[in-house]
Structure formats: C-alpha cells, structure tokens
Design a binder for this molecule. Structure first.
Ligand code: IVH
Length: 672
C-alpha cells in the first residue's frame, strides 16, 4: 500500500522537522515555544511511527540518540585541522602588550575590534558534518589526533545530529568546535549519586565532563546532563561570514548552541574592563569558566596574523587567579558542634585562591583526613570552586619530615571528657552534655536557625560569650540595652535594636522553641510534630516513652532520646525558665491539629492504599481532627490497611484495635 506508506513517511518527515524545531528553540535559543509535555507527544508519535516503519529510520532522526552498543575502546582519528591551544595572559598590561603587537603586525594604528567569550572549563570536541549530517565527533587529544566519541556525543541533546539548513543546502563539509561541559546544577546531584553507588565522586565538573565523554557504554553518557557551547569552525567547504561575531551568529542560525554572553568590543581597554568585571560574575553561571577568550573579530585579520606552534596570534586566554593553590597546613583543630560532634578544620598559611585569601578549610572526619593522607606541617592543595567552602584536596607531593598521621584526640579539647565514636558512625563525639562548646553552639543554633533573631547571629553570641555575659538561652533574655552599650564598639542604637529583636523572638511559635532546645535527633520537622501532638510544654515534659513513640516520625530510638532528655532536671528547669521569661510554650493555631468529629482519636496507616495516597489519607483524617501516628498502641482508634501491609496489622489484632480496609476508611471519612 504505497499511499499508506507514503503517508507514514511524510508524517515522519513532518514530525522530525517539528521535533528538531522545538529542540532548537529549547537548546539553542533558550526560548521554548511549547511545554515539555507537548514536545513529548510529538516525540512519542515519531518513535511509534518509526517502530512501525523501521525502513524509514535514519541516523539523523532525533529518536536515534541512544542505541549504540558499548565499545571495546575508542579509535584514534586525525583532525581535519589541528586543534590548537591558547596563549594566556593574566594582567591588563599583558593584554595591552598583545594588542600593540597585533596592531604592529597588521601595520595599522586603527583600533582593532575584538570578540570576548567565556572560556568554558570542560572538554574540547570537534564535530564533523558531511552534507549536513553528523558523521564524526572527536575529543581534542594531543591536538593532532583525538578519540572518536561519536556514539557518546550523539546522546547529548545540545549536539545537533544535522545542520539546521536555514538558507538552502547545508555546506558539504563543516567542522565545528566547542566545549562539552557538565552543568553545575547537575554536578552536585551527580556526585551524590556516585557516592550513594559506592563510586568515587568527580573532583570537578571538567573531570566529570571528560569522564562522561569517555564512557565505553553510550547509555551511561546519555544519563549525564551534559551540554555544549560551540565557539568556532574548523575545516569547511564554502564561504563563511567575515567576522567571528558573524560566525557565531551563523552557527546559531545553523542550529548550534553558541554562548549568548559573547560580545564584540571596539577596543582593548574595553576588553580589559570586561575581563575584570567578568571575574565577579563567574560564580553566577551554571557552568565553570576558567577565563575569557579574546579573539580578533575580523577573520581576514586573523588569517594575516596566523599562528605560532598551533597557538593563534589572533587570540588570547585571559585567566584569573587559579581556583587551586598550594600552601602549608599549619594545624588541624577541632570544633565541637552543638550535637557534640568533633569537627576537624584546617588552619592554613593564608593563600590566594580563586580571588580570595583563604586561611582555613573544613575537614570532614578522621577517616577522610587519613584517606586523603593530609598531615599537619605538609604542603597541601587547596581548592575553592565558586562560593563553596575551601577544601583540601590532598598533600602536594611528599610529606614534610616528621609528619604524623592524624589522630582524633582521646579527650574533648574543651571539657576533657573521654571522646566516643558510636558504632557505625564516622564522627567522633564528646558525650558531655554540659560541655561548654556545646553550650556555645546551642546558643548560635538558637539565635540563627531556630529563633531567627534579626541582627543577632553567630558573631554576637561569640562576642558576648567571650565577655562572659552569655552562657545559656535564658541569659539572652536577661540582657539589657544599657549593659550592651557599655561594650566596646556597641552604639546605643544597635544595642537597642538587638534587645528589641531578642524581645520580639519571644513570639516565635512553640515548634521553633522546641527545635532550639537542641534535643538529640530532633530537627525542624520532628519539633513541629512534637508541638502538634502534645500542644504544650507541660504535656511534653510529662510524656512517657510509649506516648512519644506515637508521634509521627518518632520511632522507639528517638522516643528514648527525647524521654531521656526530659528526664534530666536541668533540662526541665531550662524549659520552665524560658516559659517564665515569656517564651511560647503552647502550640499556636497553625501548629494545632484541627478540631473535628475525630478529635482525640489516633489512627495508623500501613501498606499502600489504592485510591488515596498516604499523604492524602493523613490530611483527610487530620482535617477531621484525628492524629495519625506511626505505631500501634492501646490508644489507637483504628489501623487503616492497604496493599502489602507491615507487621502493624498483627500488632493491632493483638491489641484488639479495629482494622479498616479502604472501604472502611471511605465510610469513616464520609460519616466520622
Ligand atoms: S578558541 C586555537 N574559544 O580552551 C584554539 N577555546 O586553549 C582556539 N575553550 O581546549 C580555541 N572556551 O576547547 C576557544 N570560547 C572559546 C573556548 C575555548 C573554551 C578551550 C578550548 C581549548 C582551550 C584552548
């Protein structure tokens, strides 16, 4: 049936055009016309038709991105033209000197126009298109020969499988050059999943990009969120526009993703200003850049300037201070956190990294320090990426003489209590609840995360702690503006403001107070659940471990810790004192469960329900005043049982608690 096949073929061609068009809007223009779901509908229709008509499938169809079988290795390929490299400059003077040389060689006194482009810190690639179809993609390699990674490049959505023929036929040969990069937004997630899978995290996005390109199995590459910026043309048939800025425009029209931040500037002074301004903006991007590339805009001028040892005389890389540096690790210190964890940190010989001076860095734990083999007295490599806290990558070369492997102190550096390392945990802890450091950290937690007191933060607390004015939360509410104003550097106004915000924090809800008390393993969510469940500090103080277990999210282990905490006289005294100082100790309307026909009743949900999700069931019950808890007790009014329930059913039966299936639940909700 030729007409039927003919129809299918036409529709396939039409769908490919549409899918390519929307891909272009999305990846190149960054301006999608339709929602992702509409794109998916077109793509799925195309896939369906091609499955029914495999004879019409071609390699440049958008459905053909993944599918290559794992390779045994990569073939080396010679580049059509060598992939050169860039001479670098680091100062405005060096830039001016280069510009003078350019003018001299061109024999002109006229200002020369330049294009500046972000220098993407990824992995350079060459993409070869024959008659508009992607036939080969290769890594840079040594500049003469790279590795054929076509199958992997095909999986990257931003790599066009064919040249967009904007005006008539595509060139018979076109080689484009660009940089494959790993977006920062995906990088953190990628490393988390690497660690979760027991694999080594990538040290930086560049390594992640290069590693992803060199995966033998293309389906692995396809899972990575790689993207591409194209910045130039290598070998080609046919004419190209006369300037680099026009070439970028031409590339964009022909379907290639060019960086919208590229800019033509009329003088080297403007270039120097822009390079400096760029350093501050570098952290705003979703990809890493290690400098700015500056190119003479006019291509005829580029040709006249030529290259020296594959380094074009018409371009320079303006590079900033590197984001890694080498310095001496003076000492490893310990800070005891509010939960008693011993957090090691590094005191460094101050060093300039990525534009700032760094004098300390976080270290994670004893195991991590020794895995990296970081030792006091060594020269170490410090790395700083964007706003991230500086990290120590490892020792820079051999150990200094007489260095020793790091050992956690046996005793807490502040209170001398014997340090413990609970089984299965990586952190060492100071078990002393009265350890002064924990008091200080608890106060910092109180003013910042928990009570969020405006203008009163870590610095304020440390200062007053140092002055001996502050040892506990109640002290904070006993401070006076007069006393504060007596301190050096405290004007009356700022003292007054601080006292006013401390006063205002008394109105913060009960759940925040509970969170601020620093009860072991009670974070923000569980503090809210406790506040909701018990309603008052009084009820919470009186709660038994069994009663605590009924609170959502609080299992037996946490219930035990909470019960133990409230069993200590000094903790109860702290709560009472805060109450007498005027802090909120009863749940507010937003924290209280709704009043309704099921008020006072508790339900437990187990297994998967068909019609309602667990969250929806919970919300429906709570709207009627009921509480939903995690474990069954004699007080439970009913257990709602779905598909593949747990041991809670047996427990309910034993305790004589009514069991409701989904129909029972519906009845209950309809007439509670
Ligand atoms: S132009 C002759 N433009 O930097 C080389 N390169 O040292 C001309 N790079 O690995 C290169 N962004 O992949 C150029 N906008 C850009 C670039 C860029 C990153 C990389 C390039 C190469 C290295 C050059």
């Amino acid at each position: 049936m030729p007409s039927f096949d003919g129809q299918a073929r036409e529709r396939i061609a039409e769908l490919r055009r549409l899918v390519d068009h929307h891909n272009y809007r999305y990846h190149v223009l960054d301006d999608p016309e339709v929602p992702d779901s509409a794109y998916d509908v077109l793509f799925d229709e195309l896939k369906g038709l091609e499955d029914a008509h495999p004879e019409f499938v071609t390699a440049d169809s958008p459905t053909q991105r993944v599918g290559g079988a794992p390779a045994a290795g990569f073939t080396k390929v010679a580049h059509l033209q060598p992939m050169g490299s860039l001479e670098k400059v680091t100062t405005g003077e060096a830039l001016a000197k280069w510009a003078a040389d350019v003018r001299k060689r061109l024999g002109t006194d006229e200002p020369v126009a330049y294009v500046i482009e972000p220098k993407i810190d990824g992995s350079a690639v060459s993409l070869v298109y024959e008659d508009g179809i992607l036939v080969r993609g290769a890594t840079r390699g040594d500049g003469q020969r790279g590795e054929d990674v076509t199958q992997n490049l095909r999986t990257i959505d931003a790599v066009p499988l064919r040249v967009r023929a904007a005006d008539g036929d595509p060139p018979s040969l076109l080689e484009v050059r660009g940089e494959i990069y790993f977006p920062l937004s995906g990088f953190v997630r990628f490393n988390e999943s690497q660690v979760a899978a027991g694999k080594k995290p990538a040290p930086n996005p560049r390594n992640a990009a290069a590693g992803s390109l060199r995966q033998l199995n293309p389906t692995v590459t396809a899972e990575r969120p790689l993207s591409l910026w194209v910045y130039g043309v290598g070998a080609r048939e046919g004419e190209l526009p006369p300037t680099q800025s026009d070439v970028l425009e031409w590339l964009r029209e022909h379907g290639f993703r060019t960086n919208p931040l590229a800019e033509r500037l009329e003088s080297i002074e403007e270039v120097a200003d822009a390079c400096r301004a760029w350093e501050a903006r570098r952290g705003d991007l979703d990809y890493e850049i290690d400098g700015i590339v500056i190119k003479v805009d006019n291509i005829a001028q580029q040709r006249r300037l030529g290259a020296l040892h594959e380094r074009p005389r018409w371009a320079r890389a303006y590079k900033w201070a590197p984001s890694t540096a080498i310095t001496t690790l003076r000492a490893i210190h310990i800070r005891v956190g509010r939960t008693g964890a011993l957090n090691p940190w590094a005191e460094l010989e101050p060093v300039h990294v990525g534009g700032v001076t760094v004098s300390n860095a976080t270290l994670h734990n004893e195991e991590d320090i020794n895995r990296k083999d970081i030792r006091e007295g060594d020269l170490v490599i410090v790395q700083r990426a964007g706003d991230v806290i500086p990290q120590i990558v490892g020792p820079a070369g051999e150990h200094a003489p007489k260095t020793r492997r790091f050992r956690m102190p046996k005793r807490c550096p502040l209170c001398a209590a014997e340090v413990v390392k609970p089984e299965g945990e990586v952190m060492h802890r100071c078990p002393n609840r009265a350890c002064p450091s924990r008091g200080l950290e608890t106060l910092i937690h109180w003013v910042s995360a928990a009570m969020d007191i405006e203008g009163v933060g870590e610095q304020f607390v440390r200062r007053l702690w140092g002055e001996g004015l502050l040892r506990s939360m109640p002290d904070l509410y006993r401070l006076s503006a007069e006393r504060l104003a007596e301190l050096d550097g405290y004007a009356e106004i700022s003292a007054g403001r601080a006292i006013a915000s401390i006063e205002a924090s008394k109105a913060q809800p009960f759940s925040r107070v509970l969170f601020g008390l620093n009860i072991p393993k009670i974070g923000w969510v569980l503090a809210r659940n406790l506040a909701r469940h018990f309603g008052t500090a009084e009820a919470l103080v009186a709660a038994s471990q069994e009663e605590l277990e009924l609170v959502e999210g609080i299992g037996p282990d946490r219930a035990e810790l909470v019960a133990e905490w409230f069993a200590e006289d000094e903790n109860v005294a702290l709560v009472r004192e805060l109450e007498s100082l005027g802090l909120t100790m009863t749940a507010g309307a937003a924290e209280r469960p709704a009043e309704g026909p099921l008020t006072g009743k508790q339900y437990v949900i187990t297994g998967t329900l068909e019609k309602l999700s667990r969250e929806e069931t919970k919300a429906a019950l709570e709207a009627l005043g009921a509480k939903v808890s995690d474990s069954v007790s004699k007080k439970t009014a009913g257990v709602i049982v779905g598909e593949s329930p747990g041991s809670k059913v047996a427990k309910a039966e034993k305790a004589g608690v009514p069991i409701l299936d989904e129909t029972g639940l519906e009845k209950l909700l309809a007439s509670p």
